[in-house]
Design a protein around this ligand. Structure first.
Ligand code: FAD
Length: 327
């Protein structure tokens, strides 16, 4: 049996590990130290040697790589088969991924293949009496539940932007090692890949999110949200009401059936604060709500509430931020 106690899935874009993955390395390192063992990692796709070195710098002792250009695009079936095989062969106690779009698809599937439980979207992880204790939001975030695993393999995903990122240390020693899985077959073929973001800040990774809702009245008025997002260097978010109405693409939707975000600063503009929206943003550091209805439920979670007409307030805020940040 190897001495690897914790293994992290190293999600990357091109040859760069994602910021959220570096957060998993940081907490993974702490858990491995508490368990008195090594931290392992897995990266799949192209340029894996580069990503492997970053994994070592981020805290891994050993990074397994599956170099295969045909797997550069995420394929949940092939990735899950490979990750599950690595877990079986190295027998780590703790398996970690990130609860983002890919991580949720991958780690859930891995837990299914291995027949183990999964604690998803965790906001706290620790070792208690030798086992993983995972804290996760439940009942729409009203309850923070801590679950303790009793199985030999303990699988969790972490909510992005809760744990600090590992600070890279290029002088760290570790091994980057090729892993040859028995199968890497996928029933999925990616035909085309089109970048749609054109320089936009990604919602999941943003420190500031400016989100708009039906209070904007019509799609053209999303301009006010984009202007404020531009002024503060934030990403654009939206309620489901405006996504369903076709004002803005689904990738901007925050909430139960959209993305969960956890930025340092969240602006909720013309959004009533339905529970399905709140579950996707209420753990944000500071929440600023603009709504003309003083009784809107969004004010129950807001750090700062501005009661008034967004068409007056948002352009004024944008102008203020532009002039302050320019100076
Ligand atoms: P509204 O509820 O219509 O609120 C508009 C707000 O704008 C009001 O509070 C109003 O006072 C304010 N306003 C109007 N004019 C102005 C003005 N001039 N200035 C300032 N304020 C103004 N919703 C999500 O957001 N995300 C989800 O993921 C999601 N998933 C769902 C899943 C399910 C199964 C279901 C049933 C619903 C889901 N919803 C989700 C929908 C959710 O219940 C709400 O319908 C939706 O969030 C409402 O969007 P809104 O706040 O933009 O619109």
């Amino acid at each position: 049996m190897s001495d690897i106690k914790v293994v992290v899935f190293g999600q990357k874009r091109g040859s760069e590990l994602l910021g959220a993955t570096r957060e998993a390395f940081n907490i993974g390192r702490q858990l491995a130290d508490k368990l008195g063992g090594q931290l392992g990692a897995l990266v799949i796709g192209s340029n894996t040697a580069d990503a492997g070195k970053q994994a070592i710098a981020a805290g891994a002792d050993v990074c397994f790589t599956v170099e295969d250009e045909s797997l550069e695009q995420f394929k949940d079936d092939a990735y899950a088969t490979i990750f599950a095989e690595l877990i079986k062969s190295k027998s780590p106690q703790v398996v970690l991924g990130v609860a983002n779009f890919y991580g949720k698809a991958l780690v859930g599937r891995v837990a299914g293949i291995l027949g183990y439980s999964l604690a998803s979207d965790c906001i706290g992880l620790d070792i208690v009496d030798g086992n993983l204790a995972a804290t996760r939001p439940a009942y729409g975030g009203k309850v923070h539940q801590t679950v303790k695993f009793k199985s030999d393999i303990q699988i969790a995903t972490i909510r992005p932007k809760i744990f600090a990122e590992a600070t890279p240390d290029d002088s760290r020693q570790g091994t980057v090692e090729a892993f040859s899985p028995a199968s890497r077959e996928s029933k999925l073929q990616v035909e085309t890949g089109k970048v749609e973001t054109s320089g936009e800040i990604s919602l999941a990774e943003a420190d500031i999110v400016v989100a708009g809702g039906r209070g904007l009245k019509e799609p053209e008025n999303f301009k006010h949200i984009r202007d404020l997002a531009d002024a503060v260097g934030g990403a654009v978010g939206a309620s489901r009401a405006v996504v369903d109405a076709g004002w803005i693409p689904y990738k901007h939707q925050v909430g139960q059936t959209g993305r969960t975000v956890n930025p340092k600063l969240y602006f909720a503009i013309g959004i009533s604060g339905a529970i399905q929206h709140l579950v996707g943003m209420q753990s944000s550091g500071t929440i600023v709500a603009v709504n003309r209805d003083a009784d809107a439920p969004i004010f129950n979670v807001a750090t700062y509430g501005i009661v008034g007409d967004l068409f007056e307030i948002v352009p004024a805020l944008t102008e203020k931020f532009r002039s302050e940040l320019r100076n």
